[in-house]
Design a protein around this ligand. Sequence first.
Ligand SMILES: C[S@@+](CC[C@H](N)C(=O)[O-])C[C@H]1O[C@@H](n2cnc3c(N)ncnc32)[C@H](O)[C@@H]1O
Length: 254
Amino acid sequence: MAWDPKLYSSFAAPRLRPALDLMARIAAESPAQVVDLGCGTGNVTRILAQTWPAAQVTGIDSSPQMLEAAAQESQTITWTQADMGTWAPPRKVDVLFSNAALHWLGDHGRLFPRLAGLVAPGGWLAVQMPHNHYAASHTIMAEAAAAGPWADTLVPLAGRFPVGDPGFYYDLLAPLSQELDIWESEYLHVLDGDNPVVRWTMGTALRPLLDAVDGDWRQGFLDEYSARIARAYPRRADGKTLFAFRRLFLVARL
Ligand SMILES: C[S@@+](CC[C@H](N)C(=O)[O-])C[C@H]1O[C@@H](n2cnc3c(N)ncnc32)[C@H](O)[C@@H]1O
């Protein structure tokens, strides 16, 4: 799947806040090795590097477009192109951080214990993932996927969502952790512009569907999705659009 760094970054401020909320719960004092899995354009990775200036900081991402944008902003961070589902560090790390990325991988029942095993004793695994597949922004993807001649192609791609309930991650990580903090927050993003929820999802969750069709089907599907989203997320009297977004946070001290 191709990522568009510019489109993704167009909601940089509301996307940054959960990352900062996650970082605030990591009580590492002077970690030597810090890794940001699914670092994207690196704006959060750079904050990790500022927080722990003595650490060796590495950003891992599979997208060359995202890494190219990241490398333009910082040469002191190591940017590595790799699949975070199989990547392993040469030695265990002190902080393994991942913001808004691990929901792109399946089989979390195997993934999370594997990630915990990459962290040094006393180190930290800190993860934030969207947990909003019940929200209209996502259910309407499946509805629009089924509502046209593109259905055979798009229905199998819609509605894939590997993120489990908090208790699922508790059962996986509690036996491996000295401390485990799990919580959810629902952010109420206040967005500007025309049908901004569509622009938001075009930068992320809608991309695999848009990449799978072209021409009239791509436009038809996007029109169908946009019309339904405009009804589900109407503009307020002041011209803003409210976008409620639930996110799951996990901070484990191993
Ligand atoms: C929504 S962006 C989040 C970027 C960054 N963590 C942030 O908070 O701004 C998700 C990132 O995960 C990356 N990604 C998705 N699947 C991946 C995989 N299997 N291996 C490595 N990176 C992946 C994408 O390339 C993208 O940059």
